[in-house]
Design a protein around this ligand. Structure first.
Ligand SMILES: Cc1ncc(COP(=O)(O)O)c(C=O)c1O
Ligand SMILES: N[C@@H](CCOP(=O)(O)O)C(=O)O
Length: 516
């Protein structure tokens, strides 16, 4: 049997107010600047997990999980099933997120969880195909009873370091009553990522290339949510992982891949570690929920590149923003502040500092984030670090190690041979390899999340592999669908400075032209 959790609250709130699922999806960010979380995490029994859920398809599993977090009065069973099936019908794999088992042979138990079989070849599609359909569902229902002049529209404003942008655009292109504005840091995303976003001709889509960093873009998006007047005029919606529905939809692949990894093995004798290339902490946070719901995960391993705020936190308890973002081979993870970490901190604060009191936890987290804003850092104390270390470990991976891992796996892989990793996935696989050596324990299975298709990062992949005889990016890596992108006309608007007023003015101007 499973328990449910269908009300939400803000990580920074110390009052009793709760919200419904629809409210948190449509609102995105809480008014106090906090993120929405379910205060109670539903529990799933081991019996349900292993005698029922382990036999389900990806779509069936998604339904069981989502049902626990969404009241059936908000979305009835039949509608939720339809939303899920429609969202995953766009994937190129019938399994949606297939697991490549024992990629380096049987000795290492290293499995690669391929999350890039959706329309934009990155893990974001798993959540954003669903979120796009969800926006449409809620809007159609609200608008059905309203006269034409009062019909609601949503203006989605998102920030991307490369992948969220295109996945959001593909999830929302052409949808009625929704417009999409995506901010990305000029020159800091790969050419294919930029082409994916800027070549979509639908009139409800506009990309904004902002002179600055991803953190500048994310800060502007959060400030836009806090701007009451702009929000009232435009009804702003979130596609970044500040939107709870993103995290919810990502939980499925933790359960699904766990069951695939242990298939045919004695479940009580096997341990599973998930290794997750991390930036904004949205992907691995879904794994935290899966673990807390009852999936017997040994550890969730945060793999960072040189932008290592999460690794430094786990080692010191200081959450401290660096002065500058490093440009690495894994640019989608070039992030200074990991937005979703706030959600984890709320649970850790409640359990370790607030005597399990929701309101007190909100007060503590609010204090921390005010400190971060004024001093660029805060400290959580040993009890919170110890709490985090029960579920998490972390590894920091350099660019040299990333490139070396792409090479090594190309050389070593047996299933299939000459397996090509993208640089983000390589950060995770490098961390997995370190753990395999350190743990030296044959009962542990490592599920390393592959967050993007290698074709999206041609330069890093080619630099690592072009010296191998017979290697051809065009022939072996680049999918047909991505080949034609460079020939299509681009639609983008430059924003000269990372300035909220310039961005708001651009949105106003473009919205007027869209005439939705
Ligand atoms: C390819 C890729 N890998 C890893 C990440 C990091 O994921 P998260 O931000 O959820 O930690 C991102 C960006 O989010 C990404 O685009
Ligand atoms: N790496 C992300 C950054 C945005 O993160 P999100 O998960 O909060 O949307 C990207 O590719 O855009």
């Amino acid at each position: 049997m499973a328990t449910t959790s269908q009300v939400y609250r803000s990580t920074r709130s110390s009052d009793k107010e709760t919200k419904t699922f629809e409210e948190v999806v449509i609102q995105g960010l809480a008014k106090d600047g906090g993120l929405f979380i379910p205060p109670t995490i539903p529990q799933v029994s081991q019996e349900t997990l292993f005698s029922k859920w382990s036999k389900l398809s990806f779509q069936e599993l998604a339904f069981e999980i989502m049902r626990l977090y969404i009241d059936s009065n908000e979305i009835p069973d039949a509608d939720l099933k339809q939303l899920i099936n429609r969202s995953y019908s766009t994937f190129r794999s019938t399994e949606v997120t297939p697991l490549v088992k024992n990629v380096t042979g049987n000795n290492e138990n290293l499995h690669i969880l391929e999350l890039f079989h959706g329309p934009t070849y990155a893990f974001k599609d798993v959540a954003l195909q669903f979120v796009g359909n969800l926006f449409e569902y809620f809007l159609q229902r609200t608008n059905a009873s309203l006269p034409e002049s009062e019909k609601k529209q949503i203006t989605v404003v998102g920030a991307t370091s490369g992948d969220t942008g295109s996945a959001a655009i593909y999830g929302l292109r052409g949808k009625k009553d929704v417009s999409v504005f995506i901010l990305y840091p000029t020159g800091r995303i790969s050419p294919i990522q930029e082409e994916q976003m800027t070549t979509v001709p639908d009139k409800n889509v506009q990309t904004l290339s902002v002179k600055g960093t991803f953190d500048n873009c994310q800060d502007i998006v959060k400030a836009i949510f806090a701007d009451k007047d702009f929000n009232k005029r435009h009804n702003v919606g979130a596609v970044n992982s500040i939107n709870w529905a993103r995290i919810l939809a990502q939980m499925t692949y933790y359960f699904y891949s766990y069951f695939k990894a242990i298939e045919g093995k004695d479940q009580s004798a096997v341990k599973v570690k998930f290794v997750v290339p991390s930036g904004n902490f949205g992907d691995i946070l879904a794994g935290y929920f899966a673990k807390k719901m009852g999936l017997p995960v040994e550890k969730l391993v945060i793999a960072t590149n040189e932008n290592d705020i999460l690794d430094r936190f786990l080692k010191s308890g200081d959450y401290e923003r660096s002065d500058e973002v490093a440009a690495t081979l894994s640019p989608a993870m070039d992030i200074l502040i990991s937005s979703n970490f706030e959600r984890l901190l709320w649970y850790l604060a409640r359990e370790n500092l607030a005597g399990n009191d929701d309101l007190k936890a909100g007060e503590i987290v609010n204090g921390w984030f005010h400190e971060l804003k004024s001093n660029g850092k805060f400290q959580v104390g040993q009890a919170v670090i110890d709490g985090a270390l029960k579920d998490f470990a972390s590894e920091r991976v350099s660019d040299e190690e990333t490139a070396a891992t792409i090479k090594k796996i190309y050389e070593e892989s047996v299933n299939p041979k000459k397996y090509v990793l993208d640089p983000h996935t390589a950060v995770g696989v490098c961390a997995s390899k370190r753990l395999i050596a350190a743990d030296n324990n044959a009962s542990i299975n490592y599920i390393s999340l592959s967050t993007a298709h290698p074709a999206k990062f041609a330069e890093a992949v080619n630099n690592a592999l072009s010296s191998f005889e017979g290697y051809s990016f065009e022939k072996d890596v680049l999918p047909e669908e991505l080949k034609k992108l460079s020939t299509l006309p681009k639609k983008l608007k430059f924003i000269e400075k990372a300035d909220i007023e310039l961005v708001k003015a651009a949105i106003d101007e473009e919205l007027a032209k869209m005439d939705l």
